[in-house]
Design a protein around this ligand. Sequence first.
Ligand SMILES: NC(=O)C[C@H](N)C(=O)O
Length: 344
Amino acid sequence: MLFLFTAAVHAQTARLPRVSILATGGTIAGTGATSTTTVGYTAATVGVQALIAAVPEIAKVAQVSGEQVFQIASENMGNEHWLVLAKRVNALLAQPDVDGIVITHGTDTLEETAYFLNLVVKSRKPVVLVGSMRPSTALSADGPINLYNAVNLAGSPSAVGKGVLVAMNDQIHAARDVTKSNTTTADTFRTTELGMIGYIQGGKPYFYREVMRKHTADTEFDVSKLDVLPQVDVAYAYANVGDVAVKALVASGAKGLVHAGVGNGSLPAKTKPALIAAREKGVVIVRAARVGQGIVARNGEANDDQLDFVVADTLSPQKARILLMLALTRTSSTKDIQRMFYTY
Ligand SMILES: NC(=O)C[C@H](N)C(=O)O
């Protein structure tokens, strides 16, 4: 009896976490002409089984299975890819034999896919996005160690309930706040002011903080029955900007517009009338900032109550676009949408 009990406990503790690796392409799956080719390589050429085979150390820390979901450079990631990916992630996480998921991804839009999933994954199990800055053929390629770390993180009980995570360069970042900060260096992913949430050292995750905003199982968004997302675009402000972009985006059918304003989300006088006209036509306007850090607060640089605009709070314009798309799948009430921007 005692023997059976001990054997059962042993079998439990000895079982490796089961991690599904979903590959989508990117530089982590890229190849260059020579080992010193770190720009001008071809992204998205190596398949998921080859990525896994390149890191035999993974077999010692997890039972992994690989699935090629897409094979694209992440500058080509679209809403349609996100819907497919989210549905696959939710289906896998609903299986009792899956403990966590790793998604290999190009780095250009990795933060956007991470935030989208952070809002629509219906599970507390870990979901970890990972990429690389050097192609698989490069000297000191960062893909293999990043993938090893990501699998360890996705299989770790300490990552449960933390929301979608990004594992790059021995660091753990939360999907909501991380951004790519350098065009090419391996330490490009930063959560500059709010801070990364942990490290991975010797394959082991160490957490130090958590994001206070709601995510994954606690959100109100459901993409299970959606095949398309509402059109939302970003209009970027700069000195001398006019209203051409805003008018063109509205004419092209945008249901929502994120204005990446200068400074504290300021609205240039030559752009503002087009934004007001868009709102009068029913387009939801979110006032964000191109600066990269800080809060865009209601009724700060504009009278949002009077204009019936929404503010992005601390979300970057590209992430505000994602939340606005999902918000528009639920409501057209700007009051409700503003609540969402203070919740997620
Ligand atoms: N480092 C990278 O992954 C960049 C590549 N253009 C991509 O996002 O797919």
